[in-house]
Write a protein that binds this ligand. Sequence first.
Ligand code: MN
Length: 616
Amino acid sequence: MGSETGIIVYHLSPDCTLSEVEEGKIYTAYVQGFANFGVFVQLNERVKGLIHKSNLRGKHSERDPVLVKVLGIRSNGNIDLEEVNPSVYHTEVVVKRSAPVLFSDLSRFIGRTVQIEGVVAQIKQTSGPTIFTVADGSGIGNAAAFLEAGVRAYPEVQLGNIITIIGEVMTRNSQLQVEVSSLAVLTGDEENRVRAAFEQIIESRAEPQDIPFLIRSEALEKLRPVMRKVAKLIRRAIFEAQPIVIRHHADADGICAAVAIELAVSALIREGGGDFDAEYFMVKRSPSKAPFYEIEDITRDLDFALKDNTRYGQKLPLILLMDNGSTLEDEPSMRFAQVYQIPVLVVDHHHPDHEIDQYLLAHVNPYHVGGDFGITSGMLGTEIARMINPAIDHQIRHFPAVSAVGDRSEAPERKWYLALVSEQYSEDDCKNIALALDYEQFWLRFNDGREIVKHILNVTRESEVHSSLAHLLVEQANAMIEEQMAALMPHVESRILSNGVHLFLFDVELFAHKFTFPPPGKTSGEVHDRLCQINTGKPIVSIGVGPDFAVLRSRGVLMNIPRMVRELHDEIMGGGISGGGHLVVGSIKFVEGMRSTVIEGLIKKISEAPVEMRNP
Ligand code: MN
């Protein structure tokens, strides 16, 4: 009877119901009653079936054990059985199929065996077990599977698979972890069922809270739907254990925007449990030197992401660009992201080029709703951060004011945000914080300065450290600016253009210190501010010229720098022209040998621009 050795007889445990009974399988049962058409048997206290007399193999008395095969289960729940007598078989216990435990409830099951279902978000091989990070929508947790020290367990499981795990809930290094006793990849209907359930949980959980903005602003209200969308996509990424890369312009505005999101995200990751250091490898903030996403930046980001993906089984990241990302200058980098289908979000207040939107999942930009750069990235970032995680509100509510003075916003929102925090921070305090951020970022170069920046922004409320540090940075920054201005101001040349614009030209390489603070962009800004003060009420354009670049600032002139740059690119053959920026603050690059031709072309364009202010 060798053919029968593989026969399994199932034993229904007491809490099982009809839903655990399957057609074609053999079960243990006992006789319960007799009728003239057959014998009634119980599979357990809850499940009863009938062996028709034609399917009986012997005579029985009440409570006799029998083995029965399920021939069919009728729609009314009646079970048709056949008595069987396999000579060799083994028994397996059928346990009640329970709803899987959610990660958010895991702490109530310590020491117990549970079932978990979810999406594999990360697979990490340690020198001991293989750690599967699983997201089930309610949370993220780790399951440890051990085959042999350092050997990958369940090698068939891949990132993004839907799996079901049975294991014991343990505490390891004071973190909850499921010790896997069995693990299977779900396919077909089962997979679809879990995926759909997961999708439903995560969709509703990712929905940001509806909270009022810190100030009343029509422009912000118009942006609310797309800000919500960004907040939701970021929340989703967190709940799905997708890393987030925050790229931002390396100035006070960009820093405020990005740090606000970083704080919101980190706090949410901590809240969700998972790994202690998850907030360090799941969210990364990187300053970009240029006010756009350079190929150098995306190359670094891709390099890290692909290595983490290969080495730690981490998902590819979501990229969030702040205070950059909205112009054609960003396009080459976005095409790299597209190759890997990396989702990109933009929160910016530079004048946007619509061509860029084909690469973006969402794009927050005041120009889309008739606003302008006066709505700073720091304002947008702070409000989005509050949507992501309202709990950090008190840490970031002064960020918009700092960003507004840092970016010289002239929008009404500037004074509203300043008024909001005026009890703790005067306008001068905000200016000092902005300057301290700019100055510190100069020394940080490509580093995020995560903790130092928190001290400068007074996030940690260590007021002693904050004020000493900010004071020191401001003192040094101002000394260096004064030094630079003392050297440069005597070399500023001026002329009045045909449209009445007062044009100021100065060479930021020949008459300023190189490779130190303030860099050419900021140097030009400082000169421009001084010239504006001297020439009250007059339309002004300042051009800080370098060997192969120029930095533009203006007041009272309706310029469109990105458009001027594009026109010059087409008009001046061999100029090698590129650049952009805001409408009235920006930069242009060219080849050194064409410098005077390009600058003269630029001045001609400026002399054609309409003037807002009249000469007194
Ligand atoms: Mn900005």
